[in-house]
Design a protein around this ligand. Sequence first.
Ligand code: ZN
Length: 365
Amino acid sequence: MLRVRNFFDKMNSADLIELIRRLMECPAAPYHEFAVRSAIESIAQEHGLCHGFDRFGNLIIKTGTIGRPIVLAAHMDHPGFVIKDRLDATSWSAEFLGGVPDKYFVPGIPLRIFPNSIACRLGAILDPERRVYKIEIGSEVKEASFAVWDLPCFTVRDSLILGRACDDLIGVAAALATLIELKRRDVTQQVYAVFTRAEEVGFGGAIAAAKHRIIPDDSFVISLETSRELPPVTIGQGVIVRIGDKASVFDSAGTRYLTEISSKLLAANSGFQFQKALMSGGTCEATAYQEYGYTSAALCVALGNYHNCSSEKIDEEFVHQHDVETMVSLLVEASIEFSNFSYWTNKLRVRLDELSLQTEPRLIV
Ligand SMILES: [Zn+2]
């Protein structure tokens, strides 16, 4: 398998996989991100990273104190069922939140209901408009808040990471790994990670954070996502510099900066790979931050079985380990080089000026 040589100084592939495992074992649905949030908090504490909450329940972590702030943005939720009412001793009604087509909701599909992780099944649809379903449990359950597809949480097979929720716990893991690596290397550049809530229902946490200026005005926001594998990108061919999404094109200088740093890594390290594409399969948080005035760019890794939809049934999502490693590698380097942002983004202009010295005299009529 392809490996990024020296992609971390302090962390290695096994550390990154362990981080991903801890996150992917946490169930979550929109507005019910508690388990993911407490796993992130524990990891941050173990590594001496400062963390705190905003009043919307988004979790913010920071390393470094110097320079224009970089903000790594990722979300903690995943499409799932939010419990509404108790129907009788063994069944509840639940609204499905997130983008999964109707054809996948086949009665009898195994689910798991929380907080007590009890096996249950999808029942009949009760309100097609509002996507409310019956959830049937074999025994009496007194307390219920949300439910998820009963799929394996985490497996690594042939360099693929499979599980119920790669989206967006892979983005969360990449942000955390970057901050851990920067802290261990004593990098002084200030880098925040903002872990948001309720992205799957329309960027709830990100909009709140952007609208209420929870992060500094001059931040350079980099949205980290998994994104449905669509041509021209391929799973396993490296991190994707995402030039835009379904709704927006992102900051030109910011995108060029990430591309230049990727090219630098490519030249220096034969194991590094990257791709560049406008991933139009969905809209990511970079659009939300950009709409509220933040300079925004995006990176993503290609995702298989987007939102648990394989060709005909609910299944595990998957990403390639190499793509995640290259994402972290790029984020670490982009953070270290950030004080030279102008140098990297002006390289093209310098080259154009040189070219014009040759072409201009021959143009004069
Ligand atoms: Zn999603």
